[in-house]
Design a protein around this ligand. Sequence first.
Ligand code: PLP
Length: 452
Amino acid sequence: DIAYHMHPYTNAITHASQGPLVITGGDGIYVIDENGKKYIEAMAGLWSVAVGFSEQRLVDAATRQMQALPFYHLFTHKTHEAAVRFAKTLIDLAPVPMSKVFFTNSGSEANDTVMKLVWYRSNALGLPNKKKLIARNKGYHGVTIASASLTGLPGNHKGFDLPLDRVLHTTCPHYWREGKDGETEEEFATRMAADLEALILKEGPDTVAAFFAEPVMGAGGVIVPPKTYWEKIQAVLNKYDVLLVADEVICGFGRTGKMFASETYNIKPDVMVLSKQISSSYQPLSAILLNSRMFDPIADESNKLGVLGHGFTAGGHPVAVAVGQENVNIIRERNLVQNASETGAHLQQRLAGLSDHPLVGEVRGVGLMGAIEFVADREKKTRFAPHLTVGARVSKAARNGGLIARAMPHGDILGFAPPLVTTKAEVDEIIAIAEAAVRSVMDDLVQAGEKI
Ligand code: PLP
């Protein structure tokens, strides 16, 4: 009887065997389904719900804002108090000097907007050829025509005639999977920077405008940058006057154990893209922080043209920014970034304890984000045959045990990003259920005669 929503990223086999899970309520780090079964939401929804699923203060903030001013927009020289206040909060919070905030409604919309602003800026500077954008294989930046082009996952391109021509992809910095025999982590990082430089030189430095990257790749499989990666990448970008856009949609607001992953990795972005934990996703909200190097030419150009012809009706919606403001207040008052750091260290330690399991190729992560990658042969890093759907099966077994963790849409990777309010004892529960799930899938594979 249910009108099915099309399920993005759900592979057909998983879909048929799992059906839709209908969630009807939330309670702290738990969500509850239509049958009253409780699950630890170890992905915080979609890396989103920093404060848990039942935070009354966010409900109250939304209600107060609805009563005071339910809607106003930010077009034609108008604004409202809630947006001004939250923009100031974000500028004050940013780890590098930022000049302006542009509000949008989703991560995709935000990245799409940044792409347009980068092009607008190049035109403003009299550099009409400086339009190419570089992102990375396995990066994830959204699904609009433009942001899906930045995304480096084949599943988001196939069948859609994407990526657009102006977007290029460089190597994915996954040391365990992409590193060569005998190559150290630092040497690998040097090679990644050399790959980026070679691509810029091949295309012509005068044609490359910006580099888009998640400080830690999320949807690509929680790929933590190798040591020295970010300092080497930034040196290349500076050499060729290429802007750096840090997509902190997942990493921002404490996920990596600092307020922003740009702090964790000493990244100095020109633009920061924020969403998800910005409002704990209680309301759709994203924000773009622009430094003056990025913003000033845009302002000059719009003065010249008479308009900056861009914006969204609901961009900076008063209810969304009021919820964002209260959410950030809670994150600070309750020291949730510190909790992410301490509980995150515990999560990493507990995940590391699973690394000897025969199915496990690599465990990885930072702060309160982590992943387990399953392989048929650890030495050779051989993947399981796709029809075995190992990742999806572990995820399903975990779900039966009362745990929601994410089977990534490519490869057999199980992702974790529990709410920032998660305790160490709850991390232990997450690991216990995950471990039992891995064991049961292993037993099934052995019983079915698969070689492990
Ligand atoms: N950027 C990153 C790093 C993301 O992880 C996501 C979504 O998961 C997006 C952008 C796109 O955000 P949205 O789904 O809100 O469009």
